[in-house]
Design a binder for this molecule. Sequence first.
Ligand code: PLP
Length: 390
Amino acid sequence: MIPSILPTYNRAPLAFVKGSGSWLETADGTRYLDLGAGIAVNALGHANPQLVEALTAQAAKLWHVSNLYEIPEQKRLADLLVDQTFADTVFFTNSGTEAAELVVKMARKFWYEQGDPDRVEIVTFEGAFHGRSSAAIAAAGSEKMTKGFGPLLPGFRQVKWGDHDGLRAAVTNRTAAVLIEPIQGEGGIRPVPDQCLKGLRDLCDETGALLIFDEVQCGVGRTGKLFAHEWAGVTPDIMMIAKGIGGGFPLGAVLATEKAASGMTAGTHGSTYGGNPLGCAVGARVLEIVAAPAFLAEVNRKAALLRQKLEGLVAAHPDVFDHVRGQGLMLGLKCKAAPADVVKAGYDQKLLTVPAADNVLRLLPALNITDEEIAEAVARLNRAATALRP
Ligand code: PLP
């Protein structure tokens, strides 16, 4: 008999009833150290008092008003994002997937309005993940995500990871945009080297194609800069964000330059809940905290500490781990054992991690994890790896 919840998830037999900072607790009081943070969502930890305050203060005033009206909390968050980034304008969504839908529409509409309605192709990359909608699975292109769901939305072209010649050949005068994660998350914590992001920006400038960054997983302080692309010193024309910006409240956004957004006039897009006062009140608080230079400096310091300890772990368990990769607090441990087994061994040590493709174990802790928690997490990983030894 089909369960009451549609069985699309492979869930661990764990249920948490409360959380605090980097810790989650089951009903019997067992505490787990959380290095997954809801897959890079709980950027400021569980039940962060400042976010609880922002949410409950807003909840006592106003939950929802339609986008038929002005929403001051939405304007405030949009202004903060515009101040902090390349963007001139922002559209709010409830998730990363909805942001993916809009970036595709925005890029195509841009060229339509430029008098080039056939310029519809979106170039994407092998291993990419942009969500689960029809557009997002077509963008990812993998058999795993698309099989059985055809006909797929046309107009997507995948390039192999690291195939520069393939990329040059794929970007033509039919290319509306190139869509890329500066660090692939689900694909296995695969950072795009800075010089490649720069080269991609140049290629887009030469051909006119819009450059879209998907920073749903790597954005909002995760890499130690507010946005991951800042490390490479290039900016996109359009960017999708979600996850961390809501700190656990469902919130996403598309940020764009005035030019890239120029086709999106009144009536061309909308969302009932997108930009609701609750999400925007929380998002503004998250952004105020994370964008502070002192906060980002701490993320970088802790990232260096975690990375150094993980290098030691790899050296101690060469039969389980291969290497560490990633940036900031978006780290991957390339495994020699199956990452799912490492995740399970972690559960036995009351430690939560997340598997990814390419045999990678993802570590995406809350950005405010403490030094002691980092040491404790690595000690637990060490015990998990020892238990896995052949
Ligand atoms: N883009 C990236 C890079 C992601 O990691 C994800 C989710 O994991 C998405 C898009 C989709 O976001 P959501 O699950 O909020 O729809």
